[in-house]
Each structure stands twice: as C-alpha cells, then as structure tokens.
Design a protein around this ligand. Structure first.
Ligand code: ADP
Ligand code: ASP
Ligand code: MG
Length: 469
C-alpha cells in the first residue's frame, strides 16, 4: 500500500475539463490501492491576477474591486459547471466559492480604504487562488464517488516563519500537526485535498511559500506523512534538457539526482520551486515529475544516486528571465579586508537574495545578479550604504539581461566544458556580460542580453547534442 502525495499545477486545473482529468488520475491511483494526498495550485493565471489586484487595490474604487471579484466568481463557477456533473455537488461548491470571494472582497476593500498593502495582507490576498481551486477538485473527486475532504495549508497543519511572500516551513511542528490531522484520513481511504502554496505562522496568520510554492507544499506534506513518493503533475513530460517552449526538440530526462534537480530548480528551470527538494533530500523520498496530458509516461524520477548512471557532461540548459545585474566598482576595494562582506551585509539586511556573484581578480569590481523586481530598492539601498564612503566609487546596473545556466553532475572535474560553451556563444555572436561557476560545479551560468537569451539556450543545447540523449 503506497502513500503518494500528488501535486497538480495551475495548467492541470486550468479548466473544468482538465480538473476532470485530474480527478480521473486520482481515481486510477485509488483503484491501485494507493493512499493519495492531493495538493492543488490556483487555476492558471489567477495568482498573477491576485497580485495585480492587491497592488492596485489601494488606488482603486470599491466599485472596481467588485467588478474584479464578480469576474473571479464567474470564472470559477464556469469551471465548476464543467468539472462537476452532479447538480447538488455543483451547488455546494459554488456556495463555497461565493463565500470565499466575499471574504476576498472585504480584504481588498480594506486595502483600498487604508491605502496600504503590507506583506502580510498581500499574502492573505494571494491565498485566495488556492482557496478557490481546492474545493473544485474536491467536488470533482466526490463526483466520482470518492471519499474526500479539503483543507487549507493552515488547516492541514503547515506552519511557517513570518517571512511573508517567501515563508519557510517549521518542520517539527508541521510534522506533528499534519500527522495528527491527515494521517487517520488516509487510513480510512479518505483523500485529503490540500491547497498548495499557503500556510500560516504559529499565530495563525496566513503566509505563502513563494511563487510556484505548491511543489513545496507537496514535499513538506510527504515528509510529514512519511510518504513513499511525491508526484508533481504538470503540463510537460518531465524535466527536460531545456524548456520545450524555447527548444522544441528538448528531451525528457528520465532520471536526475536531488543535487542536479535542485540546481535546475534554483536556476529557474521553472518546472519546480527552488526549495521544494530540501525536505525530501533528507527524508530520501523520490519525486516524479509527470504530465497530466500524458499519464502513461513515467516522467522524470528524482532520487538518490541517479547521477552515477549518466555519462553526459551537460544535462540541461535553463534560461532565467526577470533578472538584473549590478556592478559595484571601487579601486579602494582592492586588498581591503571585509569590503565584500560590507556589500553582502547591506544586501542581507535588506532581504535581497543574490542569485549570482562574480568578482574580478583585481578585486576592483563585484557583479551581482538579483531578481529584476528588486532592482530599484536594491540600488537605492546600496547607494545610501556604500557611496561616498571611500570604498565604492560607482554602482551601475543593467536590467535588460538574463541568465543562461548549463547544468549536470558530471561537469565536476571535466575539463573544457566552459570553453565549449563560450566558443558556442562566440559562434552565435553573443556577448557574455558576466560568468559564474558555482563551487558545487554542477553548473556554469552566465549573463547575456535578454534579446540573446533564447539563442544562447539553443546554441548550448546543440553544442552538447542534448536532443540526442
Ligand atoms: P505548473 O503550473 O504545473 O506548476 P510551471 O509552469 O510552474 O507548471 O512549470 C512547467 C513549465 O516549466 C513547462 O510548461 C515548461 O514550459 C517550463 N520549463 C522550463 N524549463 C523546463 C525544463 N527544463 N523542463 C521542463 N519544463 C520546463
Ligand atoms: N499559485 C501559486 C503561483 O502561481 C503557487 C503555485 O502555482 O505553485 O505561484
Ligand atoms: Mg510551478
């Protein structure tokens, strides 16, 4: 009797038809006597809409907020009508949707009156995407006469710190609570449907786990419940050698080590949340990435010791958009002990996560890559803290760049990988703005202008013959 946590992403639940597909996948697994926990994302695009609405609410009029919530109800009710046949279940789910959106309307109206959006209230608004999708999946499962119960992440017992927008799970208390609330249901063959992405602090304040956080919810629950496997259902066959939207000939990678998959996730191979593998690595729980539109395909298996079997040097290449590069220069930084730590101290204290760092041997220059959305705030923080104090003479930035990352466990100790990559770039006439190799040696990443990003990915894919693996 296998225990499996299954997460269904935004596209998998985007339409009523897709939700029926999801319900059938769950029903098939139950027939095989698997005990299944379902984790659901918001319907595709809804989290983005909520972010937009939360940011705009302070400038809006009540009437405009009502227009938004009306459309939100319509969209979800239309999905219910297609996902669920049984009229009484339909009605029940519709009522839940209306009640939930009423609550959202009050929150948005509050933001509109106060004229302020705090990280706390932002997370509260963002939690509504999953709070609206989970009941629909619950209804679709009931429609197939399956026994099921739905939970928010908070109700399921997931507890985090108060780092709103990017909260971190507190695993001990989470494990304790999730076990107490969910385990007995599994024993009774009831399917828990849990909202992905959202959790709560110890005081019960709603938090979110960062964009794409439903993956993280699934792995957190798998550890808490000591599951046999996690299946991340999405809209592609598995983790591929590159984003198939950029390289149509990209191939599925049947197996990856945790280290490789984590590296890919961190480097934005969007297929997974960057922290999602942390809990399962220690617990040695295998993760599979699978396609809801092609369930016969076994997908990518991420597990212990997978790297040894492979001989390829570069396994995959990713493109990370929405980043910016900052260059910090100052002749006085040369040989001055602690000058780097000053820079990172300022960034750390201001919660700016640095994605890539590179320094010149002369030490007169540090280049950093950060999320583009943080650029304005980061520049002003650095300018206030560092300029005019004798250490740093100039801070410049570029916001029309992207990161290309080539990844693979066998890059470790293999000579000539970098030269092949950079020769390929030269042949394409692509100018490289910055280079970094992580000390893990699992990837080489570099910055190019945004307009060159896709061509760079295709050139690396071709150079390492990734479509022939
Ligand atoms: P979900 O809504 O299921 O969480 P995401 O959009 O977060 O799905 O992730 C799946 C998408 O990730 C795919 O549609 C694909 O375009 C993109 N992607 C980027 N890089 C890769 C990769 N290396 N392998 C697979 N998918 C990738
Ligand atoms: N709905 C959230 C997002 O769009 C979480 C997720 O889909 O995993 O980021
Ligand atoms: Mg995702």
């Amino acid at each position: 009797m296998k225990k499996i946590v299954m997460k269904f992403g935004g596209t998998s639940v985007a339409t009523g038809e897709n939700i029926r597909r999801v319900a059938n996948i769950v029903a098939d697994s139950v027939k095989k006597d698997y005990r299944v926990v379902v984790v659901v994302s918001a319907l595709a695009g809804i989290t983005n809409q909520l972010i937009e609405e939360a940011e705009q609410a302070k400038k809006k009029k009540e009437k405009q907020i009502q227009e938004f919530t009306k459309k939100l109800v319509e969209k979800h009710v239309a999905t219910v009508t297609k996902a669920i046949e049984d009229k009484s279940i339909q009605k029940e789910v519709e009522q839940i949707i209306e009640k939930t959106v009423d609550e959202l309307e009050k929150v948005l109206t509050g933001i509109c009156y106060v004229g302020e959006l705090t990280p706390k209230s932002r997370d509260y608004v963002l939690s509504f995407g999953e709070r609206l999708s989970a009941p629909i999946v619950w209804g679709a499962l009931r429609n197939l006469e399956l026994q099921t119960q739905y939970f928010t992440g908070k109700e399921a017992g997931i507890v985090t710190d108060a780092n709103f927008g990017e909260a971190n799970p507190l695993m001990n208390v989470t494990t304790h609570q999730v076990k107490a609330r969910i385990e007995s249901l599994l024993e009774k063959k009831v399917i828990p449907v849990v909202t992905g992405y959202i959790a709560a602090t110890q005081d019960g304040v709603v938090t979110t786990l960062g964009r794409g956080g439903s993956d993280y919810t699934a792995t957190i629950l798998s550890v808490a419940l000591d599951a046999d496997e996690v299946w991340i259902w999405t809209d592609v066959d598995g983790i591929m050698t590159a984003d198939p939207k950029i390289v149509p000939s990209a191939k599925m990678l049947p197996e990856l080590s945790y280290g490789e998959a984590a590296e890919m996730a961190i480097f934005g191979a969007k297929a997974m949340h960057p922290s999602a593998l942390e809990p399962v690595i220690e617990a040695h729980i295998p993760v599979r990435i699978r396609n809801v539109f092609n369930p016969e395909n076994p997908g990518t298996l991420i597990a212990d010791g997978q790297e040894a079997k492979s001989t390829e040097v570069v396994k995959a290449v990713a493109l990370i958009k929405d980043v910016a590069m900052i260059n910090i220069r100052g002749a006085a930084m040369v040989g001055a002990p602690g000058s780097y730590s000053k820079v990172f101290d300022v960034l750390g204290k201001n919660n700016v996560n640095v994605m890539m760092v590179s320094t010149a041997v002369s030490e007169a220059n540090i280049s950093l890559v950060i999320r583009r959305s943080l650029l304005g705030r980061t520049l002003s923080t650095l300018e206030i803290a560092l300029l005019g104090r004798g250490l740093v003479s100039e801070i410049t930035s570029e916001d029309d760049v992207c990161v290309v990352a080539a990844m693979g466990a066998n890059m470790k100790g293999t000579l000539g990988v970098a030269s092949r990559i950079f020769t390929a770039m030269a042949q394409e006439g692509i100018n490289i703005r910055m280079i970094a190799q992580g000390s893990s040696e699992l990837n080489i990443s570099f910055v190019v202008k945004e307009k060159d990003g896709e061509a760079a990915v295709r050139a690396i894919h071709k150079e390492f013959k990734l479509d022939q693996i």
